[in-house]
Design a protein around this ligand. Structure first.
Ligand SMILES: Cc1cc2nc3c(=O)[nH]c(=O)nc-3n(C[C@H](O)[C@H](O)[C@H](O)COP(=O)(O)OP(=O)(O)OC[C@H]3O[C@@H](n4cnc5c(N)ncnc54)[C@H](O)[C@@H]3O)c2cc1C
Length: 242
């Protein structure tokens, strides 16, 4: 898979040592290793992390490739709970897998309507699309250090934490006023765990053009940086990458 290859090419990423080898054998080895430790027991507290391997399950690349099924992951979670106990974290991991299913069912129900600029919300988008702003966003050159760090991480590794996916998607839609579908297409071209249902569903959700009655989600990038990168370590890590 691309993420390991791309990251290994950068000697300056010593923390990034995933073994995202393809195939079912590697997927099952990763699953066993994940549940052998206590990572699932701490998932709720760590899941908003930005750097490293352990803060989330990293099941997604194998799920996206079809090397791991959600049922197999769920069965392993249930066995882990039987052995180690159930808590908020193990519940939350299951809940996240339900989001994955939800976006599949959303596509079954609405199909092509999800791909219109207005999505399921009949109101036309308020603004057009700014191609230059979009190019700067893709290249990690918006001028906002937190956003740029994430876009550079994405381009260098094919990976981005869920938190940063939300923050950069919100920035493109709500701060730069770009077409959310362009962002979804850029993620499609970059993500090592690209999955059409989860990708498009999450973009719709942040754009406020899916089924959520509360409308779109805007994440204030300054506030997000203060909460999730208070010492600027994440921004410093990716600042040097072109
Ligand atoms: C704009 C945007 C685009 C995204 N694009 C993709 C994509 O192309 N492919 C993809 O697999 N996920 C996508 N996600 C969802 C989520 O970011 C990733 O599934 C998650 O970060 C993968 O890391 P993990 O396996 O360590 O997840 P964990 O946090 O460990 O979660 C376990 C599993 O639950 C599922 N899951 C978790 N969060 C979500 C979610 N928000 N939506 C749907 N399923 C979820 C995934 O299958 C994940 O592997 C996207 C999220 C956003 C905000």
């Amino acid at each position: 898979m691309r993420v390991g290859e791309r990251a290994r090419a950068h000697a300056s990423f010593p923390w990034w040592q995933p073994d995202f080898a393809g195939g079912e054998r590697a997927a099952l080895a990763h699953l066993a290793s994940y549940f052998a430790g206590d990572r699932a027991q701490r998932y709720k507290a760590t899941r908003n992390g930005l750097c490293g391997i352990d803060f989330s399950s990293k099941f997604a690349p194998w799920l996206a490739q079809g090397a791991l099924s959600a049922r197999v992951a769920f069965a392993a979670l249930r066995r882990h709970e039987a052995a180690r106990g159930t808590n908020e974290s193990t519940y939350w991991l299951w809940f996240e897998l339900l989001w994955r299913d939800y976006f599949r069912f959303l596509h079954l129900q609405h199909g092509r309507r999800l791909y219109r600029a207005c999505g399921l919300n009949e109101a036309a988008p308020a603004s057009g699309h700014d191609p230059e702003a979009f190019e700067r966003w893709c290249a990690g050159r918006t001028g906002h250090a937190f956003i740029d760090a994430a876009m550079r991480e994405l381009a260098a590794t094919g990976w981005l934490s869920n938190r940063m996916r939300q923050v950069v998607a919100s920035y493109l839609i709500h701060d730069l006023g770009c077409d959310w579908r362009a962002g979804a297409a850029w993620f499609e071209a970059q993500l090592v765990d690209y999955d059409v249902y989860s990708n498009h569903g999450n973009w719709l959700y942040i754009a406020g053009r899916g089924t959520d009655p509360r409308g779109g989600r805007r994440f204030d990038p300054d506030r997000q940086a203060a909460i999730h990168d208070p010492d600027g370590a994440y921004q410093a890590l990716w600042a040097c990458v072109d």
